[in-house]
Write a protein of this length. Structure first.
Ligand code: SAM
Length: 227
């Protein structure tokens, strides 16, 4: 029986990959990935050749799981996502669960994730945090109201850069302008930045810009941070 290797890959800077991740990617014949072109950039960068790539992205997950399970009956398979840790707001969970149910070994090769990188760089308390995944596109105001009970934790959400301003405006409406907040953008890339402050300051800074590009994580607290 084979093993499923869940392999974290860089979130921007291609140098952010572990030795063990490279070893596994070199050793396996099959790599399940979201966008084969994105994975090929990484494999070519590390001169990893002749791999069979199986496309495994969200709408195709249920169809691909049985195919990958069949392969795992006889050999190892690595699972990667476009960037970061598979299964964190990325495909992975369904395959991992199916393996566990069938007694197929699963090994996670830890590495980059936008979630923890943003949390640590935000300067907000790290002792307790709550990851919300992607914020809902519809009913955001109600959603933000519902999570008002999360007082003693740093809240973390993924958001697209073109909805960022609108989302922060909705947050201001629900939480007021004074909550501590950080926008972490383009982590590990050339234009990496952390915009930190109270919500109003962060919003004002972003509103000065003609456009906001790239990938972003929003982090906030519903209470003041005591030093
Ligand atoms: N599995 C990935 C991980 O572990 O980082 C997350 C995948 S999720 C589909 C993509 C979201 O993660 C982006 O929309 C953005 O919110 C965040 N993200 C990914 N890379 C990022 C980066 N370099 N800088 C800031 N946020 C990033």
């Amino acid at each position: 029986m084979g093993k499923l290797y869940v392999v974290a890959t860089p979130i921007g800077n291609l140098a952010d990959i572990t030795l063990r991740a490279l070893e596994v990617l070199k050793e396996v014949n099959f790599i399940a990935c979201e966008d084969t072109r994105r994975t090929l950039i990484l494999l070519n960068h590390y001169n990893i050749k002749d791999k069979k790539l199986i496309s495994y992205y969200e709408p195709k997950e249920s169809v691909q799981v049985p195919k990958i399970l069949k392969l795992l009956e006889r050999e190892d398979v690595a699972l990667v996502s476009d960037a970061g840790t598979p299964s964190i707001s990325d495909p992975g969970y369904k395959l991992i669960r199916a393996c566990i149910e069938r007694g197929i070994p699963v090994e996670v090769i830890p590495g980059p994730s936008a979630l923890l990188t943003a949390l640590v760089g935000s300067g907000l308390p790290t002792d307790c945090f709550t990851f919300l995944g992607f914020l809902p596109r519809k009913g955001l105001e109600n959603f933000l109201e519902d999570i008002k009970i999360y007082k003693d934790t740093t809240l973390i959400a993924f958001e697209s850069s073109n909805r960022l301003i609108k989302t922060l405006q909705t947050m201001e409406k629900v939480y007021g302008e004074n909550i501590p907040l950080c926008v972490a953008r383009e982590l590990t890339k050339i234009h990496e930045e952390y915009i930190r402050g109270i919500l109003r300051e962060v919003l004002e800074e972003l509103q000065k810009r003609p456009e906001i590009k790239g990938e972003v994580v929003i982090l906030w607290r519903l209470q003041d941070v005591k030093s």
